[in-house]
Design a protein around this ligand. Structure first.
Ligand code: FMN
Length: 121
């Protein structure tokens, strides 16, 4: 089973990225967890650019999600919601609308690490 891990934090010392690295290390035999590395260069969602030839970073993201059996998000909470740059992943990967979208029917789990009392609620 191949899992794509996507961290919602771009920080070098991110607790959430560390959580995914730990999950990759501790994955049982037969489970491979790969980290998505393209978030920092993913352009903001723009329907005008969401054509047959989307930005290269978008094609790569969609291919990586499509090739995975599941996606594991590890994300901090920013002001009561998910960080804006992480939402871009969901927006790009949810198009084209319906069954062709990389996220369509994809099993997904969300975990979070936080240094605050809210605990990435
Ligand atoms: C812009 C911003 C907004 C934040 N908002 C919240 C919040 O709403 N709730 C919360 O529990 N922590 C919040 N935090 C604290 C983060 O959860 C904390 O910094 C966390 O460790 C970041 O994750 P990381 O270590 O993976 O980068 C916020 C941090 C930032 C920078």
């Amino acid at each position: 089973m191949r899992i794509l891990g996507i961290s919602g934090s771009l920080r070098a010392a991110s607790h959430n990225t560390a959580l995914l690295r730990a999950a990759a290390r501790l994955a049982p035999e037969g489970v491979e967890l790969e980290l998505y590395e393209g978030l920092d260069s993913l352009p903001p969602y723009n329907e005008d650019r969401d054509t047959e030839w989307p930005p290269e970073q978008v094609s790569r993201l969609r291919e990586q999600i499509a090739a995975a059996d599941a996606v594991l998000f590890a994300t901090p909470e920013y002001n009561g919601t998910v960080p804006g740059h992480l939402k871009q992943v969901v927006d790009w990967a949810s198009r084209p609308r319906g069954g062709e979208a990389a996220l369509w029917s994809k099993p997904v789990a969300v975990i979070g690490a936080s240094v605050t009392d809210y605990g990435a609620l």
